[in-house]
Design a protein around this ligand. Structure first.
Ligand SMILES: C[S@@+](CC[C@H](N)C(=O)[O-])C[C@H]1O[C@@H](n2cnc3c(N)ncnc32)[C@H](O)[C@@H]1O
Length: 260
């Protein structure tokens, strides 16, 4: 298996912004450049973490996306440990923690301010004890191979340039056990039917918000995930796909297996 770059060991405590350099985690250029105002700038973070704003960005589909995502997680013992690879606005984090029952949840994010939000929401929901928070880059996960039963990426891949996306997928699959699952909630493939796909000005508008989305739209996600699995010495089988908003968004579930 190809050696994958890792971060220095992560701490369980929620780091402050000033600890960022000390933790050896660098904010990726696509965040510090394009998404700074949305993910790092405090007034922006405050603004975007309101449900009407979130729903505006995802065309009113947030609830459906979260519901379809959470359908792949449940409180039975079989669910085991779950890692959320990058936090998210809205109530995904506390709802996932609640949904998992006694099964452990790990949430990572490269931005301390985002981990702070997750921390606050988990505390407000009385669920903080059930989750570990880690300051970590999805492109260089500092977890052991096969550490988790489930992994979730919620609207992360579309924000990444292609090379970063592949690294993040390779790491996600590396840390998921054979027999475990990777759930990916994302934009759907670019088609000819959906009104937001058909009209270039509408596509242009969406891409002003998500500049790396085009490369995700135009690639076969399942093939990309399988390629990345093979680079991590594993393979994946697509076991479920739900389409939301006529396929503009999708939730895909992959079973992760050893290659051999
Ligand atoms: C997963 S996306 C979700 C976007 C969506 N608009 C939402 O909030 O529901 C946003 C999060 O990903 C985090 N993120 C982006 N690139 C990352 C990376 N390489 N490693 C870890 N977290 C990352 C950002 O800091 C941010 O908290």
């Amino acid at each position: 298996m190809k050696a994958l770059k890792r971060n220095r060991p992560a701490t369980e405590a929620v780091p402050q912004a000033t600890e960022l350099a000390a933790a050896g985690v660098t904010i990726p250029h696509y965040i510090s450049g394009h998404y700074r105002w949305a993910y790092l700038w405090r007034p922006g973070v405050w603004f975007f973490d309101h449900m009407p704003v979130i729903n505006c960005i995802v065309f009113g589909q947030y609830r459906k996306m979260v519901d379809a995502t959470l359908a792949h997680f449940d409180p039975t013992d079989a669910t085991g440990s779950t890692v959320l690879i990058a936090s998210a606005y809205g109530d995904l984090v506390p709802r996932l923690a609640s949904r998992l029952g006694d099964n452990p949840l790990t949430v990572l994010d490269v931005a301390p301010i985002q981990l702070g939000l997750a921390d606050t929401k988990l505390r407000q929901a009385g669920l903080r004890e059930k989750a570990e928070l880690h300051l970590m880059d999805a492109e260089a996960l500092d977890f052991s191979d096969n550490q988790f039963d489930s992994g979730l990426m919620f609207l992360l891949l579309n924000e990444m340039p292609s090379d970063a996306r592949r690294r993040a997928l390779e790491h996600a699959i590396r840390v998921i056990k054979p027999g475990g699952q990777l759930v990916i909630t994302e934009y759907g493939a670019l088609g000819k039917e959906h009104v937001l796909h058909r009209f270039p000005p509408l596509r242009w508008m969406v891409m002003q918000i998500e500049p790396h989305l085009d490369s995700l739209w135009r690639n076969n996600l399942a093939e990309m995930v399988d390629d990345c699995a093979r680079a991590s010495g594993k393979r994946v089988t697509l076991t479920d796909c739900s389409l939301i908003f006529d396929g503009f968004y999708r939730v895909k579930r992959f079973r992760v297996e050893d290659l051999g």
